[in-house]
Design a protein around this ligand. Structure first.
Ligand SMILES: [Zn+2]
Ligand SMILES: [Zn+2]
Length: 144
């Protein structure tokens, strides 16, 4: 259980590399802990994604998985809205704690995204994912 976990941001549908559109938040990577959430876009599939990754090697074995991944679909119109409306000059800065970044983090947590299977043949299957949307309220983009 003590090996380094490498996260994958590849597209769940075509398995190709995705563009990072927004880096919402990140802690780590450290050797035994790493978590982040970010908005990704697959040009080949023309679809976006809100993805959260959490690796925690301190969990008690058998009580909880050490790696957990959550995902929600974002249609291309929402990705475009984010690109134009995300009110921070450093959208890729996972460490930024401006009002826009904080709001994006808080509203993404509130969504209750679908957790993807991490182990077994259905690993990271895109089936049954929730769809998130983006709206702009008081000049700030948020997930809903
Ligand atoms: Zn794709
Ligand atoms: Zn910011």
């Amino acid at each position: 259980m003590n090996k380094w976990r490498t996260p994958s941001d590849n597209c769940l549908i075509c398995h190709g590399e995705q563009e990072v559109v927004i880096g919402i938040r990140e802690r780590g990577p450290w050797e035994r802990q790493h978590n982040y959430s970010r908005v990704l876009f697959c040009a080949a599939c023309d679809v976006g994604e809100l993805r959260s990754f959490d690796y925690d090697d301190f969990v008690v074995f058998g009580e909880e998985d050490d790696v957990m991944v959550w995902s929600a679909v974002l249609v291309t119109a929402d990705i475009d809205r984010l690109r134009s409306a995300f009110a921070c000059p450093a959208p890729l800065d996972h460490g930024c704690e401006c009002a826009q970044h904080v709001l994006a983090h808080e509203t993404s947590v509130r969504l209750g995204m679908k957790r993807l299977p991490e182990y077994g043949p259905d690993r990271h299957s895109p089936a049954g994912r929730t769809t998130a949307s983006v709206r702009v309220t008081d000049g700030l983009a948020e997930f809903c």
